[in-house]
Design a protein around this ligand. Sequence first.
Ligand code: GYE
Length: 310
Amino acid sequence: NSESSGSSGGTSKGKGDKIVVGFSQIGAESGWRTAETDSIKKTLGNDPQFELKFSDAQQKQENQIKALRSFIAQKVDLIALAPVVESGWETVLKEAKNAGIPVILLDRGIKVKDESLYTSFIGSDFITEGENAAKELINLMGKDSKVNIVELQGTVGASAANDRMAGFAKEIKANANYKIIKSQTGDFTRTKGKEVMEAFLKSDGDNIDAVYAHNDDMALGAIQAIEEYGLKPGKDIKVVSVDGIKDIFEAVIAGKSNIIVECNPLLGPQLAQAAKDLKAGKEIERWIKTDEDVFVGKEAAEEALSSRQY
Ligand code: GYE
C-alpha cells in the first residue's frame, strides 16, 4: 500500500523527500581521488534517498567557489566540499550559512576563524600520517644510519600537503642523522612527481637515500625517474608514500617501494550516514575519522593486496 511503503510512483513520495547533496570535488589528480569520487557517486547514486549534484573543479578554488554558489542557488540540502586549499573559504561559506545549508568538508581541511562555517570534517589525520611515514622510515633504515631524504609535496596550500610535511618534519628533526635535503611540490600527480624527482637526481644524484612522497602517484613517478637515472628504487633509494592505491602495493611487492601509509578515500558511506543524521536532526561528530594502517615491505603488501578496494 502506497501510503505506508512510500513506493515510487505514489503521490506522497516526490523529489522533495530526497536529500539533495551538492559535491564539489577537486579534480582527478590521483588514483586516491578517483577512488573517492567513485565511492561517493556509488554510495549516493545507489541510495534512492539521495540526489547527487557533482562538480569537478579541475584543481581550481575559483571553480569550487562557483560550484558552491550554484548549489546555494539550487537550494541543495547539503554541500560536500573537498577543498583544494586551506584558505580563502570564508565568504562563500558565509553565503551557505546564511542560506541555511550545512557544509561537510571531505578529505581535506580548511582554516577559518569562525568554526561554525562548517558542520563536520570527514577525513584523515595528515599530521599522524606524516609522523608515521618518518617513524617507519627510521625503523627501516636504522636510527644510526645517515640518511638524506628528498620530499615530494602535494598541492601547495592543501591541508594534506601542509600537515603531511609538518608531521614528517617533526619526527625527522628529532634524529640528527636524518636530513630532508630537498622538498618541492609535485602537485599530487605522477607526471609532476617524476619531473621533480628527475631534477632532484640531477642535482643530488647519489646523495639521495630516501624519497618521501605525500602521495602514491608522485612516488610512482619518482620510481620511474630513479630507474631511468640508473638506480634501483626500493633499494638504492628507499621509497615511502601515503594513500595505499593498488599500484603502490604492486610496486612494494616488486621491491621498488618500501612503506605505504594508508589514507582511506572510501568516504561515501560516512558522507551518506552524516547526511541522513543531519536530516533526522541528529548531531554529528565534528571530525569523522577512519581507521588506517601502515604496510611495510613485500610480505605485508602481498597479504593486503587481494582485499584492496582501490
Ligand atoms: O592523499 C592525494 C590526493 O586530499 C587526502 O589528495 C587527499 C589527497 C590524497 O590527491 O592522493
